[in-house]
Write a protein that binds this ligand. Structure first.
Ligand code: SF4
Length: 335
């Protein structure tokens, strides 16, 4: 049951709950995500699940042979911090383990990398991007120890007066993308939707304080609007803490780029993505934070779609669509 306060808040522009608001609630000011490449690979690339990776994954430029320049996590954080400090006077940051599958190693190595990130000055949390089939109870318990503030690392940071926060923000991000295994097979995800559902249950059991984010993709090859809405409703049923809803884009040097050039499928139009993003928001529960509503649009490596709009303009188009409909996040949620 939604409270009147929740409804009043959601009925104001932007008509959904932006993740940035959660960060301000936690830390009293924005916390910027600093993306990291910690040198992981992926079971969908190294052959343990499959080879070649997801067809949309830009793994060619990250292939082990070309990836000689990966610097230490702490160095990458310093560079990222300098950029955001210069641009926005930012002082608080989340270490975002983004590149490839960031739980795909022994727990000892994961701990060393996460410790290094969380120990860095001005880092107030972390977010770990991974696949649903690359998590287990032991890894989740490690994440829970950070999330509840009990880890040796965070206790030391507190004792030394290097943080004012009793616990860091700790998130895990699973690539659900679609609930339709037929689509997942076409793009070579090499995991099923059932594995996503299992990973969520395991996370809630062993890491209740970890913020769980699901990634969904609109416009996957051959998916109808109805199929995408089914994935949206399934995502809402799974009750993540936040979502990233992004559109399919074709990146150069990917398997998908070849399929697109051969005319095997079409990419989504801007109008379609805006419509589906508004549908997604209408179906999300009121307590789900919205981390993202669009994928990459300006990178020079993006072949299609070419919408000629900035991310800000696309966010505004989604807000305008909700305003036009007279709706907001959660109006169609059947909780
Ligand atoms: S699971 Fe992620 S890292 Fe692995 S191939 Fe797919 S998109 Fe790339």
């Amino acid at each position: 049951m939604q409270t009147l306060t929740e409804i009043r808040e959601l009925a104001q522009p932007p008509y959904y709950k932006p993740f940035s608001r959660l960060m301000k609630q936690w830390f009293g000011e924005p916390a910027y995500k600093l993306t990291l490449d910690a040198g992981f690979t992926c079971p969908n690339i190294d052959g343990s699940k499959s080879t070649g990776g997801c067809t949309f994954c830009d793994n060619v430029s990250f292939s082990p042979a070309l990836r000689t320049g990966v610097t230490r996590v702490s160095e990458q954080l310093e560079q990222g911090k300098a950029f955001y400090h210069e641009r926005f006077k930012a002082t608080k940051f989340l270490a975002y383990f983004q590149t490839f599958t960031n739980t795909y190693d022994k727990v000892e190595r994961l701990k060393a990398l996460y410790d290094e990130a969380l120990d860095a000055p001005d880092i107030v949390g972390t977010s770990i991007g991974t696949r649903p089939d690359c998590i287990d109870a032991e890894k989740l318990k490690l994440l829970q120890s950070y999330a509840d503030g009990s880890s040796e690392l965070w206790q030391k940071k507190l004792a030394e007066g290097r943080t004012e926060f009793k616990r860091p923000f700790v998130g895990i991000e699973y690539g659900m993308q679609t609930m339709h295994d037929v689509t997942a097979d076409f793009v070579n995800r090499a995991h099923s939707h059932a594995e996503t559902v299992e990973a969520i249950a395991l996370t809630r059991e062993h890491a209740p304080d970890v913020h769980l984010c699901l990634h969904l993709m609109s416009g996957m090859p051959f998916e109808t609007d109805e199929m995408i809405r089914q994935s949206i409703e399934e995502c809402a049923r799974l009750r993540p803490d936040s979502i990233k809803f992004h559109h399919l884009y074709v990146y150069e040097n990917t398997v998908m780029a070849g399929q697109y050039a051969a005319g095997e499928f079409e990419v989504p139009s801007l109008e379609r993505h805006v419509r589906l993003a508004a549908d997604c928001l209408e179906h999300m529960p009121p307590d789900v934070w919205i981390q993202r509503l669009v994928g990459e649009v300006t990178s020079s490596g993006v072949i299609a779609p070419q919408w000629g709009r900035t991310k800000m303009q696309i966010y505004q188009a989604i807000t305008d669509e909700l305003k036009r409909r007279g709706t907001y996040q959660s109006v169609k949620w059947r909780g």
